[in-house]
Design a protein. Structure first.
Length: 102
């Protein structure tokens, strides 16, 4: 019986694989950038005004696109058949392409 590359029970053993280590480090760098992007507006808002309502509105504005676009899009995909979705997406792309030169 051949020994597997996962025989080690350490949580750090997957990092021995170079491809996994590269992807993990890229994901870590991306997450650090995302955290900085999330902290900066709140930090700026507290330096401009410490009014709690403005802070709450800022945090709500970051999740608003998910509720306004994401949830209806998911429901739309569940309701309509796949063929009509592909047609609508193709027409949407065509509309965007035709508006590029304008």
């Amino acid at each position: 019986m051949a020994t597997s590359q996962w025989s080690s029970s350490s949580a750090w053993s997957p990092l021995k694989l170079s491809i996994f280590r590269a992807l993990w480090l890229a994901l870590l760098a991306s997450n650090i950038g995302l955290w900085m992007q999330n902290v900066e507006p709140a930090w700026l808002m507290t330096s401009l005004s410490s009014f709690p309502l403005l802070m709450a509105l800022l945090q709500a504005a970051t999740s608003l696109p998910i509720f306004l676009v994401g949830f209806p899009a998911g429901a739309n995909v569940d309701i309509h058949p796949e063929d009509s979705q592909k047609f609508v997406q193709a027409m949407d792309r065509l509309t965007h392409i035709l508006h590029l030169p304008v």
